[in-house]
Design a protein around this ligand. Structure first.
Ligand SMILES: NC(=O)c1ccc[n+]([C@@H]2O[C@H](COP(=O)([O-])OP(=O)(O)OC[C@H]3O[C@@H](n4cnc5c(N)ncnc54)[C@H](OP(=O)(O)O)[C@@H]3O)[C@@H](O)[C@H]2O)c1
Length: 291
């Protein structure tokens, strides 16, 4: 059971259904998209640790658990599209990703699939991948061939773009108007050094992702990538809500990932919307609004 601790005074409730009825796919106002992120973290703020055996960062086994995964699936159930990273697909190809993108198969998630159908949503959310390297293994993409796959990139590598398009992927490149120019204020009176005049940062911005989702008529987008994609969207204030599961364990480690992997101009404040204590596992589920 879950014990609701905020808002106060609610009775205990089963885990199943806790997030499914939030109707996140109906939150966006007309002509907008509702973007929400979800992480599980340890008490010392780790979302991933470097695993020497895997040779990759991975969610610590000591905090990953089926009850959190159920809520992860419920959030996926309400998404038109999932936002993820190329690294996820590189891990997926090597069999090192946490799981195939939801909504998961099997009896456990059949109710979520039924719910999606009833809501008039597609069987599976589409997938948007952020990547500048465009190193996205085609074999891993086959695992999501039942949905539309979009890649947002700053790359101009025609060979890689061509092979992705041949595999049925829609590749959307950042436009120059969206690109930030590197500045070196000390270099010239106009604030640009000779080198930086020609140095365009072609990284995908949060603004670009959000506008692309709106242009493509998506209404709800579920961010399941790690700290870099999270920071990309957060820097442009492009995320509406954060679902955070905190597992009550200290996992330590020096090669770690946290929720964010970037400097922010200032601390970001979040408003708590709900908080549940999981009496069966040693964890808490919280929902925040980015303000
Ligand atoms: N505990 C949790 O809840 C949780 C949730 C999510 C992830 N994780 C873990 O965190 C670790 C990292 O996950 P992740 O790889 O998805 O992390 P990430 O740091 O968000 O993604 C990194 C990759 O995304 C692409 N990327 C990010 N921002 C970009 C931008 N602005 N423009 C273009 N491309 C951009 C780059 O791909 P290219 O290299 O192709 O350019 C980059 O290598 C993994 O071990 C994962 O298991 C944990």
């Amino acid at each position: 059971m879950l014990k609701q601790v905020f808002p106060y005074g609610e009775k205990d409730s089963p885990l199943e259904g806790t997030y499914l009825d939030l109707n996140l796919h109906k939150q966006a106002s007309a002509g907008d998209v509702f973007i929400y992120a979800n992480y599980i973290t340890s008490l010392d703020g780790r979302i991933a640790l470097y695993d020497e055996d895997l040779g990759e960062y991975a969610v610590p086994k000591s905090i990953a658990n089926g009850r959190d995964w159920r809520l992860y699936q419920e959030l996926a159930g309400q998404a038109d599209i999932m936002l993820t990273s190329a690294r996820y697909f590189r891990q997926l190809e090597k069999g090192k990703a946490q799981d195939l993108l939801p909504v998961g198969s099997g009896e456990k998630y059949v109710d979520i699939k039924r719910w999606r159908k009833k809501q008039g949503l597609k069987a599976q959310p589409d997938v948007m991948i952020l990547s500048n390297s465009l190193d996205i293994p085609l074999a891993a993409l086959e695992k999501v061939q039942d949905r539309k796959v979009i890649v947002c990139t700053g790359s101009t590598d025609q060979a890689k773009i061509g092979s992705l398009e041949q595999a049925g992927v829609q590749v959307i490149r950042v436009m120059s108007s969206m690109v930030e120019t590197s500045r070196d204020p000390s270099a010239s009176p106009r604030g640009y050094s000779l080198a930086s005049q020609f140095t365009l940062s072609l990284r995908v911005t949060g603004k670009f992702v959000r506008q692309t989702l709106i242009d493509l008529k998506y209404r709800s987008a579920y961010l399941i990538a790690g700290p870099e994609v999270h920071a990309t969207l957060l820097k442009n204030d492009c995320i509406n809500e954060l679902f955070l599961s905190t597992y009550f364990a200290l996992v330590g480690g020096k090669k770690i990932s946290t929720l964010l992997d970037a400097d922010l101009p200032q601390a970001k404040t979040l408003k708590l919307l709900s908080s549940y204590l999981d009496t069966q596992e040693n964890q808490m589920f919280q929902r925040f609004q980015y303000v």
